[in-house]
Design a protein around this ligand. Structure first.
Ligand code: E4P
Length: 221
C-alpha cells in the first residue's frame, strides 16, 4: 500500500520524505490555509519535494470554474493531481479534466455509490473520508471495503485513496481491506513508528552495553 501525507506543511513533508516514507501528498483548502505562502507557490514547492502525486484542490463550484482552475494547477508541475469534490458539477468537471489527460482525485466521498460514480466519470483516485464518517457514528471503513470490492469486481482504474485518517489503526485496517493508498497527517505517520517496547528494549541494550564496557574482564587479562 502507498502512504501519502495529508498536509501542506513543507517541513513535515521533508522530514518524513528523508526516511523514504512518502509516496505522495494530499492537500485541501483547510490544510493550505494553515500554512504560510501563496497557494500555487506552496503546491510548486511540495511538488518539487515529493517524487509522487500531489493533490491540490479546486475551490470553484461550477464546471467551468473548476476546469479553468484545474488547467492552471496542472501547469504548475507534472505531478499535480487535481482534487475535485463529488458534486454533480464536480463529476462533470472530472470527466472534462480527466479526458484531457489530467489526473483527478475525487474528494469528499462518503458512500461507495459516490465513489462508483467518480470512477465512472474518469477519476484516477477516489477519496473516501473515513474519520468524518466515524465521527457521526458510521463505520467509515465499510466504504473503503465496498470500494475495494467494486474496484476488483470491475477492474476499475480509479485507486482507493483513504482519507480523513485519524490514527494508526485506520492505516492498518485500510491496508487489510486492500486500499491502494492511505493519506494521513504527519502525526499519524510518526505514531506508526512508535512502540514503547522499542524504546525500553533499546534503552536496555544501551545500558547493558555501557555496563559491560566498564565491568567485563578482558579475555586476555
Ligand atoms: C483527504 O484527501 C483530505 O484532505 C483529508 O484526509 C480530510 O481529513 P480530515 O477529516 O481530517 O479533515
Amino acid at each position: 500500500m502507498k502512504l501519502y501525507l495529508d498536509t501542506a506543511n513543507l517541513e513535515s513533508i521533508r522530514r518524513l520524505n528523508r526516511m523514504g516514507l512518502v509516496d505522495g501528498v494530499t492537500t485541501n483548502p483547510t490544510l493550505v490555509a494553515k500554512e504560510p505562502g501563496e497557494f500555487e507557490e506552496l503546491v510548486v514547492a511540495i511538488c518539487k519535494e515529493v517524487n509522487g502525486p500531489v493533490s491540490a484542490e479546486v475551490v470553484s463550484q461550477d464546471h467551468d470554474g473548476m476546469v479553468a482552475e484545474a488547467a492552471r494547477l496542472a501547469r504548475l508541475a507534472p505531478n499535480v493531481v487535481v482534487k475535485i469534490p463529488v458534486t454533480p458539477e464536480g463529476l462533470r468537471a472530472t470527466k472534462t479534466v480527466s479526458s484531457k489527460g489530467v489526473p483527478v482525485n475525487v474528494t469528499l466521498v462518503f458512500s461507495a455509490n459516490q465513489g462508483l460514480l467518480a470512477a465512472k466519470a474518469g477519476a484516477s483516485y477516489i477519496s473516501p473520508f473515513i474519520g468524518r464518517l466515524d465521527d457521526i457514528g458510521q463505520r467509515g471503513m465499510q466504504v473503503v471495503e465496498d470500494l475495494v470490492a467494486i474496484r476488483r469486481n470491475y477492474g476499475l482504474k480509479a485507486q482507493v485513496l483513504v482519507g480523513s485518517v485519524r490514527h494508526p489503526q485506520h492505516v492498518l485496517e485500510a491496508a487489510k481491506a486492500g486500499a491502494d493508498i492511505a493519506t494521513m497527517p504527519p502525526e499519524v505517520m510518526d505514531r506508526m513508528m512508535q512502540h514503547p517496547l522499542t524504546d525500553s528494549g533499546l534503552k536496555r541494550f544501551l545500558d547493558d552495553w555501557q555496563r559491560a564496557k566498564k565491568e567485563k574482564p578482558s579475555l586476555t587479562a
